[in-house]
Ligand binder design. Structure first.
Ligand code: DP6
Length: 333
């Protein structure tokens, strides 16, 4: 029914990272990024317009959101209302299936699901590109979770004139998925909350890290190489580029003032295990986001073996195997 929509979306893991905004308000990044949407840990969000309400009601797994997380959702709804020309408040009910405290980006699946559900509930009539632009405003990485499989998020041209919002959206990257046979083994090494938010960490990196500009420049070359490696279904080339891009991103943070260090001793233990796997002839490559957890890219056919080795290394943490998943979609009422 109009005014009531439910959507589901999955998280994504970037193989060429988004790190750094050139415009905080519009969530415009400095660089293009490329990711794989996962087939695990979906977020389901229902948005119901409430004509009688004076404010939005936002719950996550049945518990009302407060503070900054709530403010981010209501600011996003304000943007949707402005576009829809509607004053109506909404009831937002989100269900997350990411294991509690797994430290996996739930903002990507969360804002992709919210954009899809709110766009439908408020009748915005957006196509996938429009939804990607909208989801971007909630969280940059959410622009990519609108699409399944592999997706590239275009930074957009800063100096082309016109509306800068229009140029920055994600779109699918055609990849011979069966030939590539990719899996991501997710090693949850630490379930604790992060010391520095990724938003603040990005801001500090761009403002103070002498390594930021060189990384951003090399990331553009990584992207070109990544697209070629994906086209050829060359998993080792994909992994090599993904790993160096992620380590480079973390280097920019380590050089920020003061430093932002997300990688822990447990992270390095898993990185050692990944090196051991490679020495044993297994294609295994690591990537890390704004936290200590490691995602290991490997062949689906070798994922159980990789997961076994990683499980030994993390001891006490949890390990999950993910493949390429679907894009955001509306569920029938
Ligand atoms: C390290 O998309 O969570 O995961 O736009 O501020 O909400 P905001 O940031 P967010 O950052 C994700 C950063 C990353 C790399 C990536 O996903 O590309």
């Amino acid at each position: 029914a109009a005014g009531d929509a439910t959507a589901v979306a999955h998280p994504n893991i970037a193989l060429v990272k988004y790190w750094g905004k050139r415009d905080e308000q519009l969530v415009l990044p400095w660089t293009d990024s490329l990711s794989m949407t996962l087939d695990v840990f979906p977020t389901t969000t229902r948005v119901r317009l409430d004509p009688g309400a004076g404010e939005d009601t936002v719950t996550l797994d049945g518990t009302p959101l407060e503070g900054e997380p709530r403010r981010r959702v209501t600011a996003f709804l304000d943007l949707v209302r402005e576009r829809a020309g509607s004053p109506l408040r909404a009831v937002v009910d989100t269900r997350n299936t990411v294991p509690t405290g797994a430290g996996l980006a739930s903002s990507a699946s969360g804002f992709a699901a919210l954009a899809t559900a709110a766009g439908a509930a408020y009748g915005l009539g957006l196509d996938a590109t429009g939804l990607s632009r909208l989801a971007r405003r909630g969280s940059g990485s959410a622009s990519r979770s609108v699409f399944g499989g592999f997706a590239i998020w275009h930074a957009g041209q800063p100096d082309r004139g016109g509306d800068p919002d229009l140029g920055s959206y994600a779109e699918p990257v055609p990849v011979p998925v069966a030939a590539l046979d990719p899996a991501l083994v997710v090693a949850v090494v630490d379930a604790g909350p992060k010391a520095v938010s990724s938003r603040e960490a990005m801001r500090r990196t761009v403002a103070t890290s002498p390594l930021y500009r060189p990384w951003a420049a090399s990331s553009q070359a990584d992207l070109t190489e990544m697209q070629e490696a994906l086209r050829r279904a060359d998993l080792d080339a994909v992994g090599e580029v993904a790993e160096r891009n992620a380590l480079g991103m973390h280097a920019t943070m380590l050089a920020a003032r003061p430093a932002v260090r997300y990688l822990s001793a447990a992270t390095v233990t898993v990185l050692d295990a990944v090196l051991e796997l490679r020495r044993a002839g297994v294609s295994a490559w690591a990537t890390m986001d704004a936290g200590p957890n490691v995602k290991v890219l490997c062949r689906r056919s070798e994922a159980d073996r990789v997961a076994g080795v990683v499980r030994e290394a993390v001891r006490g943490g949890s390990v999950h195997i993910a493949g390429p998943g679907p894009g955001a979609r509306l569920l029938d009422a």
